[in-house]
Design a protein around this ligand. Sequence first.
Ligand code: UDP
Length: 239
Amino acid sequence: MSDIKYNRIVLKLSGEALAGEAGFGINPPVIKDVAAEIKNIYDLGIQIGIVVGGGNMWRGESGAAMGMERAQADYIGMLGTVMNGLALQDNLESLGVPTRVQTSIEMRQIAEPYIRRKAVRHLEKGRVVIFAGGTGNPYFSTDTTAALRAAEIDANAILMAKNGVDGIYSDDPRTNEDAVKYDTLTYMDIISKGLKVMDSTASSLSMDNHIPLVVFNLNEPGNIRKVVTGENIGTTVKE
Ligand code: UDP
């Protein structure tokens, strides 16, 4: 039995992680693979909360750039995260993993409303909780949602799964071959160096609440398991 480093986690999955190469929409084989990776750590007894993004459907900022009212555009983005959450639920349950979707905006026919104490109870009972709808507020991101939910449920860490990038770099490694990978950083480094890991609201919330963040590559099978069992992969960010 492997040693467990993080017993209760918030896994942040960007919308992109569910889209595959198209970068848009939901790709069933891709989401199936992601679900299998999650089951892999579920079987270790890890308590798992998942915050799903929605960038594969819609980004409020892009809508606003095209002339939409920002808050309205952001609500469309929040609804996109719910679609992703339901797709993920379907895939996890088909693997036998019990789940609950909780939305920050009520839609009782398809999911529970977000209730912190209920979410914690689900985790204790061995159910994966999928947090959809972001924070429920425009002008925020699902990264901030991950930081917020992690603080609320007292998670040991936020696991930020990236598509094809294996950690935090000094610059974009896809366009700058001199970019250097960091093994460890502080939240203050992220903010002061302007590193594009998570937005500053999410960084400061995680820093203030002393929640470590691990950024790693989702596309390598077994990586989520490596993080929760304490293998040194990706980049770890601490206060
Ligand atoms: N969003 C929001 N408030 C939140 C979370 C998300 O308004 O608390 C909206 C925002 O428009 C954002 C979109 O939902 O562009 C999708 O979320 P995000 O960009 O964080 O998804 P990701 O990049 O992780 O796929």
